[in-house]
Design a protein around this ligand. Structure first.
Ligand code: AHR
Length: 513
């Protein structure tokens, strides 16, 4: 009998421990909040690639598509509503084939080039420096310009910076004025080449580090923020070599980049953007979560040379990369965008918020009609994708103070390994705590208990992005399936918030203090 009682109590203890450990809990360390989430973490990227610029942002003034000086009115409005803080241009791989002088002056006299990286199509250079920088002013975004290191010259880069930013009389500033712009533009962020380990010149890190030092020496502008062409994925040696050779000259380097795309399968077969099963859903989530490890490990390398974290890790290309939509140009990288993309955006942005001491800038690839786009266009029609709505939902985090958190999440096993089902970040600003949470569970609700220590919330409101099917997307000419809706599945009791999160959802809860 005694033995039976013993056995029963062991079983009960085990059961209780399992139930307890299966609970999702989130503890916000509000008293330790100190790091600002730079608004530039919510940045975007527009390359001369497919229909990102031409057709997506810029059309002929005579076009039947409503526009202002060629900029699509619908796209401009959507970007402003989402509070776009930064835009990177002109590439990507295109940047290292781009000669800026081809894109100034009377558009009808600008020379054409072949866009050798993206579809081999003619680039007529009608969207150049003036068109880009005026567009940034129109939408209220900080411009981030990538200069050509791969096939350009130091002099070309130096003159571009002078043309754009100087107010001193010189042949370059006279040329700018002749082309219609009296005042300089305020361009702070300059990238020195792109993917110089690949399409930007196939260089070795030692060679590029020297080139970076040379380009940095001859490009000068007020408050210039120079960004080195950094590592791909887990190439920690690249980050090491760049930092080792530059970090001791702090004036020259303010950031080094990291490029990491979520690829569900592999580079040869990336998988369909719209047709996938649960296993591919979880695989995509797991690959996205790898961003966290990459930031931690590149950060550790950077800490060796820059312990005070003066140099930022600039994640200026991230997002889902799937097979192109069947029937479209292989070189145009056009893909649809489902609820799965919303989760991937939510997770990445949470990761960046949580590492805002090192990650100061991030740019999703790309803004319109390319890869994980926030906007898709077809002639005069426009679709706002699930990813767009995540950026809109998360805009309250821009320039807020990040709240450190302790998250205990339930973990699941699937064919690709283990995966934590909850991902979150939090911030505080203007008397509100903002908590963004992703429930990665494709089929079941998850419950989360969230505590704020000694802080008491007066009231709370919630918004959610979810849909009936994980493959749902917004399509041209049809009612939107995935967008932001009011969410009421939570209870606030002073300093405890209990949330019942629907499966496959991105949620924002705002607590009024
Ligand atoms: O975003 C598409 C391409 O991906 C960019 O041009 C390049 O930098 C990266 O390889």
């Amino acid at each position: 009998m005694n033995q039976l009682v013993k056995l029963l109590s062991i079983v009960l203890i085990l059961l209780f421990t399992t139930i307890l450990s299966a609970q999702n809990t989130l503890e916000l360390k509000i008293d330790s909040a100190k790091t600002k989430i730079n608004k530039e973490i919510y940045g975007h990227f527009a390359e001369h690639l497919g229909n990102c610029i031409y057709g997506g942002i810029f059309v002929k003034e005579s076009s039947k598509i409503p526009n202002t000086k060629g900029y699509r009115n619908d796209v401009v409005k959507a970007l402003k509503e989402m509070a776009i803080p930064m835009l990177r241009w002109p590439g990507g791989c295109f940047a290292d084939t781009y000669h800026w002088r081809d894109g100034i002056g009377n558009p009808s006299r600008r020379p054409s080039i072949i866009n050798v990286n993206w579809g081999g199509v003619t680039e007529d250079n009608s969207f150049g420096t003036h068109e880009f920088l005026d567009f940034c002013e129109l939408i209220g975004a900080e411009p981030y310009v990538s200069v050509n290191v791969g096939s350009g010259t130091v002099q070309e880069a130096s003159e571009w910076v002078e043309y754009v930013t100087s107010n001193v009389e010189s042949p370059m500033t006279d040329l700018r004025k002749k082309n219609g712009r009296e005042k300089p533009w305020n361009v702070k962020y300059w990238g020195m080449g792109n993917e110089t380990w690949g399409c930007g010149g196939n260089m070795r890190p030692e060679y590029y580090a020297d080139l970076f030092r040379q380009y940095a020496s001859y490009t000068r502008a007020p408050q210039m923020y120079r960004i080195a062409s950094g590592a791909s994925e887990d190439n920690y040696n690249w980050t090491d070599v760049i930092l080792k050779n530059t970090a001791n000259m702090q004036w020259m380097i303010q950031g080094t980049t990291l490029h990491y795309y979520t690829i569900c399968h592999n580079w040869d077969k990336k998988g369909s953007a719209t047709q996938f099963d649960e296993n591919e859903w979880y695989m995509t989530m797991k690959k996205t979560m790898f961003m966290d490890e990459l930031i931690v490990k590149h950060g550790e390398v950077m800490d060796k040379y820059d312990p005070k974290k003066n140099i930022s890790l600039v994640v200026d290309e991230w997002g889902n990369w799937f097979d192109v939509e069947p029937g479209t140009n292989q070189g145009f990288l056009y893909q649809q965008n489902t609820l799965r993309d919303a989760l991937v955006a939510g997770i990445n942005l949470n990761i960046f918020n949580n590492h805002s001491d090192r990650v100061k800038i991030a740019n999703i690839a790309q803004m319109v009609n390319v890869l994980q786009a926030i906007i898709l266009t077809k002639e005069e029609q426009m679709v706002l994708t699930p990813t767009y709505y995540v950026f809109k939902l998360y805009k309250v985090h821009q320039d807020a103070v990040s709240i450190p958190l302790v998250l205990n999440s339930e973990e699941m096993d699937f064919a690709g390994g283990k995966l934590k089902l909850i991902n979150a970040s939090a911030s505080i600003k203007d008397g509100y705590i903002n908590i963004s949470i992703c429930n990665l569970n494709a089929s079941e609700n998850e419950k989360l208990s969230c505590s704020f220590g000694g802080t008491t919330g007066k009231s709370a409101s919630g918004e959610i992005i979810t849909s009936s099917n994980m493959t749902d997307y917004n399509d041209f000419g049809k009612a939107e399936k995935v967008n932001i809706k009011e969410f009421k599945g939570f209870e606030l009791n002073k300093n405890i918030l209990k949330i019942d999160m629907p499966s496959k959802s991105v949620i924002m809860i705002r607590i009024k203090l």
